[in-house]
Design a protein around this ligand. Structure first.
Ligand code: NAD
Length: 249
């Protein structure tokens, strides 16, 4: 029997990268998985095909922007109507718009925070309504080592990811008595379309900070997400777990 047999999961930003790998891992572990992503319809449809092939019977994709509170409401309604509820929320959708503070435009600061942090709050708020009724649930927010350590050129991104740490801990304290756990994963330097945009020089500089000396793979994050989302992690809440080859220690 899979680790997540019979669970109903929503993964934001699930059409590619870390989100897709988490969604596929959940499907392989027996969950019905839905994704919410603003990627083009073809990308979402391809992900749903892969999810169905991995064993997720009720897989579906919702196209939309997590920074729109109405989209979060729509996502919760769809989870209830199509799957009967939501046991697991993975707040994974995220963007970067790097630049030094002196040159960073206010709109680039606000957009990154709105998607990475506000978006996670809207989804958490709507899905936790379903979870409170069930008196059980698992929420995992995708933070970053940038949110824990800070990072030059990422004032917007690091602020949003540090904000997720506060959201995680506050929600863990509010929702614990309802059987809901809330944790954060802080990935380090992971091989995805997001990091494939970096120059060779940037990649070299990032790798120099990794004691294990290599990039992580999306599967490294997905394995922990599956554990945190499972019944085996029922006594872990409010934690920020770095999966980073040793960057933060
Ligand atoms: P990615 O760019 O490959 O994938 C992000 C996904 O989120 C995409 O499918 C994109 O369409 C979706 N998305 C972005 N904004 C959205 C929005 N407003 N509404 C709906 N969907 C949206 O990135 P990734 O590397 O897989 O990263 C996934 C998460 O992990 C992000 O939150 C990122 O900040 C975090 N993270 C990544 C790394 C890394 O090294 N790759 C490190 C630390 C944290």
């Amino acid at each position: 029997m899979g680790l997540l047999e019979g669970k109903r999961a929503m993964v934001t930003g699930g059409s590619r990268g870390i989100g897709l790998e988490i969604a596929l891992e959940f499907a392989r572990e027996g969950a019905d998985v839905a994704i919410a992503d603003y990627a083009p319809d073809e990308a979402n449809a391809k992900a749903v095909e892969q999810l169905a092939a991995a064993g997720s019977g009720g897989a579906f994709a919702l196209r939309g922007d997590v920074s729109d509170p109405e989209f979060a409401k729509e996502a919760a309604t769809r989870m209830k109507d199509s799957l009967g509820g939501c046991d697991i929320l993975i707040n994974n959708a995220g963007v970067t718009a790097d630049g030094l503070i002196l040159r960073m435009k206010p709109e680039d600061f606000e957009r990154v925070v709105r998607i990475n942090l506000n978006g996670a709050f809207y989804m958490l708020k709507e899905m936790s309504v379903l979870m409170v009724k069930q008196r059980s649930g698992r929420i995992v927010n995708m933070s970053s080592v940038s949110g824990v350590n800070g990072n030059p050129g990422q004032a917007n991104y690091a602020s949003s990811k540090a904000g997720l740490v506060g959201l995680t801990k506050s929600a863990a304290k509010e929702l614990g008595s309802r059987g809901i756990t809330v944790n954060a994963i802080a990935p380090g330097f992971i091989n995805t379309p997001m990091t494939q945009q970096l120059t060779e020089k940037q990649i070299e500089a990032s790798l120099a900070r990794v004691p294990l000396g290599r990039m992580g793979e999306p599967a490294d994050i997905a394995h922990l997400a599956a554990f945190l989302a499972s019944d085996k992690a029922s006594y872990i809440t409010g934690q920020v777990i770095c999966v980073d080859g040793g960057i933060v220690m």
